[in-house]
Design a protein around this ligand. Structure first.
Ligand SMILES: NC(=O)c1ccc[n+]([C@@H]2O[C@H](COP(=O)([O-])OP(=O)(O)OC[C@H]3O[C@@H](n4cnc5c(N)ncnc54)[C@H](O)[C@@H]3O)[C@@H](O)[C@H]2O)c1
Length: 248
């Protein structure tokens, strides 16, 4: 199965960054896209481009069933909604931890659980993990990194659980992708470390063997691959998209 016109995809976090970069070309290829994000305003562009939209706060478990009902019979699910908590590790509170886990880990787990079994056979799920699930190079993202590590386990468990359908479930671990979330990382971590933002940006890029950040569209292409038949023998994997920052 390839992402073509008879197919339907659900993309969370579609109002921005990587989620939007995934939703757009799918829609352009004629795939029916249900784009999900916090507000209608965030989804207005995609609505104008022919996507169905659903405004939902995925941190709220009550909203999962409505999304699952709207997603019945989908071929693809991309769990891209995510939030980051930027704080020195010793200042992270239980509220910070729970807020991050509610969106990144809980919504990912329960959307796989509620949507996965009613997807069409041959379909695929991609969960957005992160290079931070494998590295500890940015210590101001400890709660986020823990939630992204949970996504690797969630991905493997659902890969087993849904394999007989068959529905494939893989994770992608992006490194530095130019999105609004990445802009926040630069603004806030530079402030916390008391260093110029441009300097932090340079240091981060120098840590990447390919020496640059990626565009969201580049990362979306790798997600497309994980959705398509081209990756038909891959499930339960965590694919790095990091310019070489992570090599395992
Ligand atoms: N940008 C990067 O460098 C990078 C690196 C690794 C992983 N990621 C992951 O990729 C995914 C997309 O990130 P991005 O960089 O495009 O970020 P982004 O902030 O640009 O987009 C994330 C989207 O998720 C939505 N969202 C957040 N909380 C939500 C909620 N409770 N309910 C519904 N929607 C919600 C936001 O409104 C936003 O539109 C995230 O899971 C992120 O953790 C990003």
């Amino acid at each position: 199965m390839s992402p073509t016109s008879t197919r339907r995809a659900v993309v969370t976090g579609a109002g921005s960054g990587i989620g939007q970069a995934v939703a757009r070309p799918l829609r352009r290829e004629g795939v029916g896209v249900l784009a999900v994000d916090l507000t209608d305003a965030k989804l207005a562009k995609l609505a104008a481009e022919g996507c169905e939209t659903l405004a939902a706060d995925l941190a709220d478990p009550v909203q999962w069933d409505a999304l699952a009902a709207a997603a019945a019979g989908a071929d693809y699910l991309v769990n891209a909604a995510g939030i980051i908590c930027l704080k020195p590790i010793l200042d992270v509170t239980i509220e910070d931890w729970r807020a991050v886990f509610a969106v990144n880990a809980e919504a990912t787990f329960f959307l796989c659980q509620k949507i996965g079994p009613q997807m069409r056979a041959g379909g695929a799920i991609v969960n957005l993990s992160s290079s931070s699930a494998k590295l500890a190079s940015t210590v101001e993202v400890a709660a986020y990194a823990a939630s992204k590590t949970a996504i690797l386990s969630i991905t493997r468990s659902f890969a087993y659980a849904l394999a007989s359908r068959p529905i494939r479930v893989n994770a992608i671990c992006p490194g530095i992708i130019d999105t609004p979330m990445q802009e926040r990382v630069l603004d806030e971590v530079a402030h916390m470390r008391g260093m110029p933002r441009a300097k932090l940006s340079e240091v981060r890029k120098q840590s990447v063997p390919l020496g640059r950040a990626a565009r969201p569209e580049e990362c979306a292409a790798a997600i497309w691959f994980l959705l398509s038949d081209e990756s038909g023998y891959m499930t339960g994997q965590a694919i790095n998209y990091t310019g070489g920052l992570v090599m395992w």
